[in-house]
Ligand binder design. Structure first.
Ligand code: ADE
Length: 230
């Protein structure tokens, strides 16, 4: 899989894309992540990528030319399955979207900034607008990093233990159950006995029960969907 991220502040992506699991995915050759500095594609002086909004109002707008040049150059090199724009106006990103995008070959993610992009960018190039939640960030880079992270960890071979992505919270519509490790007793707090029993069907049943209780308490919206689906 290849993910191209287009940004006018590429340094914001350095750390999240170059450590831990996402780094490992790239080192293993399972994903190629290429960050493009939008300023390298602008035809304007002083590496300008934004301008005042027609009609007035506060805030700058990302111009179409640098974005069009970058996306067109990439599209001339390979076919893209999705051209994503990160914006608080988009559909909220979730595990189902991460799952389905992990099956794609090539994705472009355009990071929004300022007051957003010239509307014609959306009309001409964007296939999906994605928000990571109902709050406003200074730019789409952190959103792009989150989307990339959520996808990359699902690619076969990226996580050491192949099953661990399948047992994540959300994969079965439930939050994950509590987990424990050594020591067995810490300041009077004991690990639940069932986990020490070695009885795997009992342990699975306990974990499922705990996941149900936790979901009902913390995410009644998810729990309701589960009940309706049953
Ligand atoms: N850019 C600014 N806020 C954002 C959000 N919530 N999600 C995605 N991109 C954004």
């Amino acid at each position: 899989m290849r993910i191209d991220i287009i940004s006018c502040v590429p340094a914001l992506l350095d750390s999240p894309l170059n450590h831990s699991i996402v780094k490992r995915g790239q080192q293993k050759g399972l994903v190629e992540i290429v960050v493009h500095n939008l300023r390298d594609y602008t035809p304007y002086a002083h590496q300008q990528t934004d301008d005042y909004a027609y009609g007035g109002g506060a805030g700058m707008v990302m111009m179409i030319e640098p974005i069009a040049r970058c996306i067109r150059q990439l599209q001339a090199e390979r076919t893209y399955d999705a051209v994503v724009y990160t914006s608080p106006d988009g559909k909220v990103f979730d595990q189902a979207t991460a799952n389905s995008w992990s099956l794609l070959q090539n994705i472009i993610i355009l990071c929004g900034h300022y007051k957003g992009v010239d509307e014609r960018v959306r009309q001409m190039f964007i296939t999906h607008e994605i928000s990571i939640g109902d709050y406003v960030l200074t730019g789409g880079e952190l959103a792009a990093a989150i989307i990339t992270d959520a996808i990359v960890r699902l690619l076969p071979g990226v996580l050491g233990d192949e099953t661990s992505a399948l047992t994540d919270s959300f994969q079965d519509g439930l939050l994950a159950p509590p987990v424990y490790t050594r020591p067995e007793l810490y300041e009077g707090m004991q690990v639940p006995e069932v986990l020490m029993s070695g009885n795997h069907s009992k342990i699975d049943a306990w974990r499922h029960e705990q996941a149900l209780t936790r979901t009902a308490e913390r995410r009644p919206d998810m729990y309701q969907r589960l009940i309706v689906a049953d």
